[in-house]
Design a protein around this ligand. Structure first.
Ligand code: TMP
Length: 234
């Protein structure tokens, strides 16, 4: 019998008969402003399972180890059980969101090179920004794990940026989470979706991501659907 191991803001995690595998269930719940703003994006769970599966397949083919074994159903994916490293890795190509605000620049400023940031995954603290020293000092991750995550983040950025550009989407920024598998290896986990990235139309700069929900811009479902259409042609 599957029991729920964990319920997060956008997903639930269930056990399976195999101690090394879990089932990820994608919900429609949407939150923003660190959980202060709550709502529903209709069929988001279905769309995000599809999008994550697509990106993880692409990354796997390009040599990035990740936790997903296979998509099981509309909202479920079978994944390797990992111990999540409590460090969110954000990679940015273009200033937007918190970076634009913090640095006092217009959203849309193209960065001279990709910027990788680390945040401590802790909702109560509002995910404070940290660096490698914090990670090592507090025992969140070792220096080697931080270096590995940064290397993967930049490689993933190269793969996704080039792929999305062909589909007329600019990869502005995205957040990754990594886990340690049963062999002690750092592998990509969590999700890659319009919830966890900024995706702008190449020609119009129209937002095709969760900023439409965060900023009450409307047409949220349509934007996610458009991403799927451009990725998969559906
Ligand atoms: P930010 O501009 O708000 O710092 O967000 C940068 C990117 O990281 C953006 O694509 C959204 C994503 N992100 C998450 O997925 N989860 C989070 O908790 C935060 C703060 C950002």
């Amino acid at each position: 019998m599957a029991t729920m191991l964990y319920e997060g803001k956008a997903k639930k995690i269930f056990t399976t008969d195999n101690a090394n595998e879990i089932i990820v269930y994608y919900k429609d719940d949407a939150t923003a402003l660190n959980g202060l703003k709550k709502g529903t994006i209709i069929d988001k769970g279905i769309m995000n399972n599809t999008i994550t599966t697509f990106f993880f397949d692409l990354l796997g083919k390009n040599g990035i180890p990740h936790h997903q074994i296979k998509k099981l159903s509309e909202r479920e994916a079978l994944c390797k059980k990992v111990t999540i490293i409590p460090v969110e890795v954000v990679t940015r190509n273009v200033a937007a969101g918190s970076l634009a605000k913090k640095m006092g620049v217009e959203e849309g400023l193209v960065l001279k090179r990709p910027l990788v940031e680390f945040y401590y995954k802790n909702d109560d603290l509002g995910d404070p920004m940290i660096n490698a020293d914090y990670a090592e000092s507090f025992g969140f991750a070792t220096d080697a794990q931080i270096a590995q995550m940064k290397e993967y983040a930049l490689k993933i950025n190269d793969i996704l940026k080039a792929f999305l550009l062909e589909r007329k989407i600019q990869l502005i920024d995205f957040k990754l989470e990594f886990g340690v598998d049963s062999e002690g290896k750092v592998i990509l986990a969590d999700e890659i979706t319009p919830d966890t990235s900024r995706l702008w139309d190449l020609e119009t700069n129209e937002k095709l991501d969760k900023d439409r929900f965060r900023r009450d811009m409307g047409n949220v479902e349509e934007a996610y659907q458009e991403v799927i259409r451009r990725l998969i042609g559906k």
